[in-house]
Ligand binder design. Structure first.
Ligand code: FAD
Ligand code: SF4
Length: 491
């Protein structure tokens, strides 16, 4: 039983000296052998007792560095103190002052490099489980049906359009509606949430959690329009002239997949990670055979996922769950350089993923029907550090070898979704095709249009996109109430 279902009872707290020696609470997980057969969440959440014990580890620093490590400045010490005092709902309200999606960030933030990476306890012992506690508090709040709607300011008569419903668009919508503006979110897909629903799989972030937050925003008055592709159905100019929007926030993300650019990448059975994950997450391949499967049936097949980031981990672990006989993770550097979170790599290994490190595919071969049947790779070794500071991979001459595969997924990162830029002539872009926006105000070169999240920064993190959404909301509010505008780059 997940003790989130029971009432929270505060626990007696040891002295600060004793607290330092308390072990970090372990996150209960589904057993690897069982979980690789299902799409249910792997991490099960702290129990009530576990959360109380973990919160009690906080040593109440005078200068809590964890807060500075959080990109949106969640008041970690204060919310942990509220847990210790037994006021879990108060703790939830405290987090929500800075972060409207705590159940999401508690699950997917790279805490080890953010809040927990700055926790003083981590210098000598294990850092406080801030992500675990954030998740616990948000889940407790949801299960106890206590997510209260915030106060909404009187209507301002201003209309704001938000293009894209990922974390940047959602957090901007949440703030703008509270300020009294009418907010419409336009989303190209049939489900709201951006990468939170189409990219991150159910076993890491259940979609019900995102839907719950979206429903709360709907109840606050946010109008969500799905299956609307801005740039096709209507342009940004149409929104501002014909449809009378006073401001637009572009939060279209970086969903354009990158490829290896090697022969055979066009073969049947070779997917981009975005396409593969979207098909599984939004078109119910995860419920096969009850639902029709909109991806190639990989049961009993050998699948190679190319890449070493979180997207590659999500794809390879998804392939495992779809019944692949072998799930290879092909990465051109070594395990040490992998950009994926340590927890993802650990989970992937436990689930039986076969790592092929220091390996790079150079060609895919197909069978007579045009389906991929073999992957030719070269071995790599590490040379001098490159611009990213990581040692760059160098091909080992004469090291080609073939591996039979029947499906491949390319997870090499993404670039800007280009449609809005190409249909908005006066919107300045960067050399790489991202929207140019002032880092402080998120104003673009076009009056009344703001941009933020991955479409400005390139692929980043959920919490950074949410931070951008909040910044944009404050800036849009200022514009709508003062009508002041300075172009990108102007003081
Ligand atoms: P997105 O989430 O990409 O949302 C953009 C939305 O805009 C999409 O729904 C898209 O359909 C819509 N859109 C695009 N063009 C149009 C248009 N013309 N008209 C209307 N709508 C449009 N980050 C973490 O912090 N932790 C993780 O564990 C993590 N895992 C990840 C796993 C995967 C598989 C991927 C792909 C990314 C992951 N990330 C993770 C990164 C994180 O999800 C992104 O940085 C974040 O979602 C960016 O938010 P966003 O709102 O800018 O864009
Ligand atoms: Fe840590 Fe993320 Fe929560 Fe900030 S939002 S405190 S980085 S888990």
């Amino acid at each position: 039983m997940n003790a989130n279902d029971t009432e929270f009872v505060p626990q007696p707290r040891p002295s600060k000296k004793e607290r330092m020696k308390l072990p970090r609470q372990h996150m209960p997980e589904q057993d690897p052998a069982r979980r690789r057969e299902n799409f249910e969440e792997v991490n099960q959440g702290l129990t009530v007792l576990g959360a109380a014990a973990e919160a009690a580890r906080c040593i109440e620093c005078g200068d809590p560095k964890c807060m500075r490590g959080c990109p949106v400045g969640v008041k970690v010490r204060e919310f942990v103190e509220l847990i210790v005092a037994g006021d879990v709902l108060g703790a939830a309200a405290k987090i929500r002052e800075d972060n409207i999606l705590p159940a999401v960030t508690g699950r997917v933030c790279p805490q080890e490099t953010q809040c927990e990476g700055c926790c003083i306890l981590g210098n000598k012992f294990e850092p406080l489980g801030i992500g675990y506690l954030e998740r616990f508090v948000a889940d407790y709040e949801r299960r106890h049906g206590q997510v209260g709607l915030p106060e909404i300011a009187p209507p301002t008569g201003k209309k704001v359009a938000i293009v894209g419903s990922g974390p940047a668009g959602l957090s901007a919508a949440g703030d703008l509606i509270r300020m009294g503006h009418a907010v419409t979110v336009f989303e190209a897909l049939h489900e709201i949430g951006g990468v939170l629903v189409y990219g991150i799989p159910e076993f890491r972030l259940p979609k019900a959690i995102v839907r719950h937050e979206v429903d709360a925003m709907r109840a606050m008055g946010v109008d969500f329009q799905t299956n609307v592709v801005i740039g096709r159905t209507a342009t940004i100019d149409d929104l501002m002239t014909e449809e009378g929007y006073d401001a637009v926030f572009v939060a279209t993300g970086a969903g354009l997949p990158k490829f290896l650019d090697v022969p055979g990448e066009h073969l049947n059975g070779v997917y981009s990670a975005n396409e593969f994950l979207t098909r599984v997450n939004l078109m119910r391949a995860d419920a096969f055979p009850e639902s029709d499967e909109p991806v190639y049936d990989c049961r009993g097949k050998d699948v190679a996922v190319v890449g070493g980031g979180n997207t590659a981990m999500d794809a390879v672990r998804t392939a495992c769950r779809l019944g692949a006989r072998t799930s290879y993770l092909v990465y051109r550097r070594s395990e040490t350089e992998m950009p994926a979170r340590a927890e993802e790599l650990k989970h992937a290994k436990e689930e039986g993923v076969t790592l092929m490190c220091l390996t790079n595919p150079v060609e895919f071969h197909g069978d007579a029907d045009g389906f991929v049947s073999r992957m030719r790779c070269v071995r790599m070794e590490l040379g001098e550090p490159d611009a990213s500071g990581r040692r760059s991979p160098v091909v080992v001459p004469g090291s080609e070898f073939d591996t039979p595969i029947q499906m491949a997924v390319i997870a090499l990162g993404t670039s800007a979704n280009p449609l809005v830029q190409s249909t908005t002539p006066d919107l300045a872009t960067t050399r790489k095709g991202y929207i140019a926006a002032d880092p402080e105000t998120l104003r673009t070169s076009k009056r009344g249009v703001f941009a933020g999240g991955d479409i400005v920064t390139g692929g980043a993190t959920v919490i950074l996109a949410m931070g951008a959404g909040r910044k944009a909301a404050a800036s849009i509010h200022e514009y709508l109430t003062t009508d002041a505008w300075a172009e990108v780059g102007e003081a």
